[in-house]
Design a protein around this ligand. Structure first.
Ligand code: SF4
Length: 249
């Protein structure tokens, strides 16, 4: 099998630059279409939180191939509104392969029997409820797509369109989009909003670790508010040591 990394143009050296295919730079939408239909058909999944902005990426994916596998990390700690929205949006867009990815029951019974690990050790909680289940769910795939954008937080300001993580190609086709473009797309496509988005939840994760945001705050300021934690662990950047070993920053 060819290396999955060779199936797409290589990530550009300059952060923020667009990858090129056949001499022409690809924007995020062209990259998404190329990945789903040419580079990785049958070997690519979308990972979605069914959060405040997720409908846009999912609509674009559904337009290209509604049978694309969509992985939803069902941590057991979501708002009921998110679970209802996951069902509503999948039906609305005609997505036919949305998969609920759940934590290992034995692991939770051993390490988080009361469902309170998020309070004492959120990194350990995310590791058990998100990171490990996603790694297992992605095993059959060579590439995956997610909806992160540069404007969402200062920590994402230099997000590239293409990354390589744990030997898989990771695509961020909406990296260049801003809030205004997301809003325009919502309206143009008459996409249903997440029920909490209209109550100032601009980034929505698990219920214990999410609050609404105030005007002027980063969209992700309501995630793990008051803690130094900013990511759940599935998007921790990798580094390659001088000896060629991969590790996590
Ligand atoms: S976001 Fe919070 S509740 Fe959800 S897995 Fe992470 S620490 Fe646990």
């Amino acid at each position: 099998m060819p290396s999955p990394v060779r199936s797409l143009p290589p990530p550009p050296a300059a952060s923020g630059a667009r990858p090129a295919l056949g001499g022409a730079p690809l924007d995020g939408l062209a990259l998404l279409r190329h990945a789903l239909t040419v580079a990785f058909p049958g070997r690519i999944a979308v990972v979605s939180s069914f959060g405040a902005e997720s409908a846009v990426l999912l609509a674009l994916v559904a337009e290209i191939d509604p049978a694309t596998p969509v992985l939803f990390l069902e941590t057991g700690q979501h708002f009921p509104e998110t679970l209802a929205y996951r069902r509503q949006l999948a039906a609305h867009l005609g997505l036919s392969d949305v998969r609920d990815i759940t934590p290992d029951p034995a692991t939770l019974a051993r390490d988080d029997p009361a469902g309170q690990l998020w309070h004492f050790d959120p990194d350990a909680c995310c590791a058990r409820r998100k990171v490990a289940p996603l790694a297992a769910a992605l095993a059959p795939f060579d590439a995956w797509v997610n909806g992160r954008k540069r404007f969402q937080a200062s920590t994402r300001a230099s997000l590239p369109l293409i990354e390589v993580a744990s030997g898989k190609v990771k695509l961020n086709p909406l990296a260049e989009w801003d809030a205004a473009r997301i809003a325009v797309e919502f309206t143009a496509r008459a996409l249903p909003p997440h029920p909490l988005a209209v109550r100032d939840y601009r980034s929505i994760g698990c219920a214990p670790c999410t609050r609404a945001t105030a005007p002027g705050e980063d969209a992700r300021a309501g995630r793990w508010s008051g803690q130094i934690k900013t990511e759940c662990g599935i998007h921790v950047p990798e580094y390659i040591s001088p000896a060629g070993h991969r590790g996590r920053q």
